[in-house]
Design a protein around this ligand. Structure first.
Ligand SMILES: *Cc1c(COP(=O)(O)O)cnc(C)c1O
Length: 379
């Protein structure tokens, strides 16, 4: 917010005239990495282990606001062991991807929605807001610099992780006065290298990830720490994800792992309504808009786990899938709850999940039209 005035002015001018092509010299300092890394092969990528040559950094203090935006070599952040983020988890993040099209161009999928959500999370965690237009331009600059890192093998992409952490060296409990904003980039492999297969999910009444009035709707570090224990129990039982129920009655479905969840019951597509403990996924919103455009009846409402099992008993439960940036669509084949396991449909990927997966991928990789204007080219 508190950038030097001329930057904001530059911005205002550009935004008015040239929404998607911010070709302006913004005062972000750039220090080039002295040696560039060897880039891994597309087949060796996996998820989240490789990082590009550069990163974006910016600092906050009450006097200067967000200041000193800079693109620098990727590297460790020196910080005091008493830094508040290390003790109280005042940290928020985002996850989005850059995709390489068949013609070699690079494009982003709904990046403004992610930055808007980062500011939403910031508000919930008492972190000062940042200028979304400015950060988007910083991201575009970073992507131009590290463009060769956007992989081109089918299904691969460059995962983008904007993060804000509290940096006051202080171990009393209050909100930090200083923060670091950074963006790192990680080339990632195809999510389904062995094919688009359904996952087995595990429902628990014992553990919850978020509660009413808590921070479930924010992408904040603690939510993920809070999910680890139940996830480890699911693994031990042979399941790959936890289906989270609400934190008040342990009855209503919220999310699956770190994805939103959808149920095809009868001829309706049902997903839990955004009740303030659910994360409002960009993919969730994209699924809803796509499905509606196909004439599917989409219902956002409270849905209990009992209702899902009853629908299964009546033969009405056709498909279940998770939605999120990493996997796009993750079909669910089996659900275990209260000692009982059901198989969704015939246990294979359903046609609706497959169509959503393919259509979203086609938009993201520029293989089809972009009727909703979700794509932003990186030029
Ligand atoms: C990030 C996230 C999602 C999915 O959001 P997308 O914007 O679709 O990637 C869903 N649930 C949780 C808890 C998340 O952290």
């Amino acid at each position: 917010m508190l950038f030097s005035r001329n930057i904001i002015n530059i911005y205002n001018n550009v935004v008015k005239t040239n929404h998607y092509n911010l070709e302006v010299a913004v005062e972000i300092t750039y220090k080039k990495a002295e040696t560039l890394k060897n880039r891994p092969e597309g087949s060796a990528l996996g998820f989240g282990t490789f990082f590009t040559d550069h990163m974006f950094n910016m600092d906050y203090n009450p006097q200067d606001g967000w200041h000193n935006p800079r693109i620098e070599p990727y590297g460790p952040i020196a910080m005091d062991p008493s830094s508040m983020v290390l003790h109280y988890g005042q940290a928020i993040f985002e996850g989005l991807k850059a995709y390489r099209t068949d013609s070699g161009e690079i494009q982003l999928f709904r990046p403004k929605d992610n930055l808007q959500r980062l500011n939403f999370s910031a508000d919930k965690l008492c972190i000062p807001a940042f200028d979304e237009t400015f950060v988007l331009d910083a991201l575009l600059q970073l992507l131009r610099i590290d463009k060769d890192w956007v992989p081109s093998a089918p299904g691969t992409s460059l995962y983008i992780r904007p993060t804000i952490i509290a940096t006051d060296p202080y171990i009393g409990l209050r909100s930090s006065n200083t923060f670091r904003f950074f963006i790192i980039l990680s080339p990632v492999g195809a999510y389904y290298p062995e094919g688009f297969n359904p996952v087995k999910i595990w429902v628990t009444k014992e553990y919850v990830r978020a509660v009413r009035g808590g921070v479930g709707q924010a992408k904040t570090a603690g939510n993920y720490a809070a999910s680890l224990y139940a996830t480890s129990l699911a693994y031990k039982d042979g399941y790959t994800q936890v289906l989270w129920l609400d934190g008040v009655e342990q009855k209503y479905i919220e999310e699956v792992g770190t994805m939103n969840i959808f149920f095809c019951i009868g001829d309706e597509l049902i997903t839990p309504e955004l009740n303030r403990s659910i994360l409002a996924g960009v993919t969730r919103d994209s699924v809803i808009k796509l499905a509606k455009s196909w004439g599917v009846k989409v219902v956002e409402r409270q849905l209990s786990i009992d209702e899902v099992f009853e629908a299964h008993e009546k033969g009405l439960l056709k498909e279940v899938f998770g939605s999120g940036t990493a996997a796009i669509i993750s079909p669910v084949g089996k659900i275990k709850f209260d000692g009982k396991e059901i198989t969704v449909g015939d246990g294979n990927v359903g046609p609706f999940s497959a169509k959503l997966f393919n259509d979203l991928m086609d938009i993201q990789y520029g293989k089809s039209d972009d009727p909703f204007h979700w794509i932003m080219p990186v030029k």
